[in-house]
Design a protein around this ligand. Structure first.
Ligand code: GLN
Length: 477
């Protein structure tokens, strides 16, 4: 999609300003119902679009120049409200811009605004936003997934060409799957997190949500690489988007982890649709092999010890003094801390702070936190062993399709189980993406997850791109 827009922009068939206006109009028409956006950058976007038009006129445009995009509301953008979906940051305006966003702006991309999310990226439905839920564009009585649900809906509804999200346990892939779009969770350390509000620092990554695999590769290439402001970024060479378009998977072996397909509660539609998509890949030369990831069942309990531990530490900075909301009636400093935090945080951040501080406390640390770290190593080793035999692993992205609004938001365990297929990749630091497959038993989107070793984005994008071509042909036929 972005290549087509780029051609139109450079041929002068449409200006960046007109393109931006088109997307602002779509937001204006639809978003009061869908609620994908928390902030729309109307004037700023039009100004940026004019600058993009000047770059295009000078013949210096890249594939990103003049393309309207949106970012999840946990990316800091200088001068623009950044709430992370929380009351505690309601009036926070950052003095600097996240590196990933800056790299896109530097190439002349046009920022349409900030998208809705579960508070501090904790959740899988976007219902846990302090500012109300986002809806699924395929069925507005259902959730778009989360926590990057605003970004997924923005792209799926044609309110943005692409959007950025963050993924700590599935927050890019699951909403992409629920919304029928592509979501790429990059390898840990691939893209700078400087200026992104942290949930769990040993796990968090950011990535694009797009309409096509090619768009994901283009945005990925534009953002990735070493950043002196984020010491966890790697100097690994970044693959070129142009190198991933291929229809031949000869020599590629895809592993199918049996544990995922045998998971309790997996919906039939999800299972058969992903199995059919795997069958289709065979016709393009891929070899399919069954594999085992024996520690899969421990991923959720492990994840929900490690993430709250890190979250409780990361959220300590929201104390009513340094950022955002400060309780008015407080009599002294300790009351400022206590009241600001208990009034400013919603239920889920409070739950995780309690859980996290409990599992880190003396007497429980070894039984929970240390044990979870050991299991995390076993999960990582499962993947390492599998990747000695296969190039990539294919699974459903989630055990179910998008569920109706307000069916899981009072039940934290049910919500946590949404991450059963996505969280393992985060614990292992590997790369993974979600791509829509044809739903053989219904109309709601089904996501297929392709996981690859750390820094093997090129490989998983290639497999995804091939499947996308297969599906496009299928659609026409
Ligand atoms: N649902 C997961 C959680 O609540 C994943 C969130 C994420 O990836 N940011 O932690």
């Amino acid at each position: 999609m972005m290549r087509v827009l780029h051609e139109k922009l450079t041929k002068g068939e449409i200006s960046a300003r007109e393109l931006t206006q088109k997307y602002l109009d779509a937001i204006n028409m639809q978003d009061s119902d869908l609620h994908a956006f928390l902030y729309v950058n109307v004037e700023g976007a039009l100004e940026q679009a004019e600058k993009a038009d000047a770059i295009i006129k000078r013949g210096e445009a890249t594939l990103i120049t003049g393309i309207p995009f949106a970012v999840k509301d946990n990316f800091c953008v200088q001068g623009m409200p950044t709430t992370a979906g929380s009351q505690i940051l309601e009036n926070y305006i950052p003095p600097y811009t996240a590196t990933a966003v800056q790299r896109l702006l530097d190439q002349g991309a046009v920022l349409l605004g900030k998208t809705n999310m579960d508070e501090f990226a904790m959740g899988a439905s976007t219902e846990q936003s302090a500012f109300g839920p986002t809806k699924n564009v395929h069925d507005t009585t259902r959730v778009p997934g989360g926590s990057s649900g605003g970004s997924a809906t923005a792209v799926a509804a044609g309110e943005s060409v692409f959007a950025l999200g963050t993924d700590t346990g599935g927050s890019i892939r699951q909403p992409a799957g629920f919304s029928g779009v592509v979501g790429l969770k990059v390898s840990y350390g691939r893209v700078s997190r400087y200026g992104v509000i942290a949930l769990a620092s040993s796990v968090d990554v950011i990535g694009p949500i797009t309409n096509t695999v090619d768009d994901a590769a283009i945005v990925f290439e534009a953002m990735a690489g070493r950043d002196p402001y984020d010491s966890t970024t790697s100097p690994h060479p970044v693959p070129k988007a142009s190198s991933i378009q291929t229809m031949n998977l000869k020599g590629i072996t895809v592993g199918i982890p049996q544990e995922y397909f045998e998971t309790e509660g997996i919906e039939e539609a999800v299972k058969v649709s992903v199995e059919a998509a795997i069958e289709a890949l065979k016709n393009f030369g891929a070899r399919i092999q069954s594999v085992r990831l024996p520690h899969t069942a421990y991923a959720i309990p492990t994840y929900y010890i490690i993430i709250p531990s890190e979250a409780s530490s990361n959220l300590a900075r929201y104390d009513g003094i340094r950022f955002g909301y400060s309780a008015k009636a407080a009599r002294d400093i300790s009351e400022v801390y206590n009241m600001s935090r208990s009034q400013g945080f919603g239920v889920e951040p409070r739950r995780r702070v309690l859980l996290g501080t409990f599992v880190l406390s003396e007497g429980y640390h070894d039984a929970y936190y240390k044990q979870a770290q050991k299991v995390r190593t076993l999960i990582r080793m499962d993947f390492e062993k599998a990747f000695r035999k296969v190039d990539a692993l294919i699974t459903p992205t989630s055990p179910n399709v998008a569920f109706p609004l307000h069916t899981k938001d009072q039940d934290p365990l049910a919500m946590y189980l949404q991450d059963v297929f996505t969280a393992p990749a985060n614990l292992a630091g590997i790369c993974a993406l979600s791509i829509p497959v044809k739903n053989l038993k219904g109309t709601l989107p089904v996501g297929m997850q392709i996981m690859g070793p750390a820094y093997a984005e090129e490989k998983i994008l290639r497999i995804a791109s091939t499947y996308e071509c297969v599906r496009a042909k299928y659609r026409k036929g």
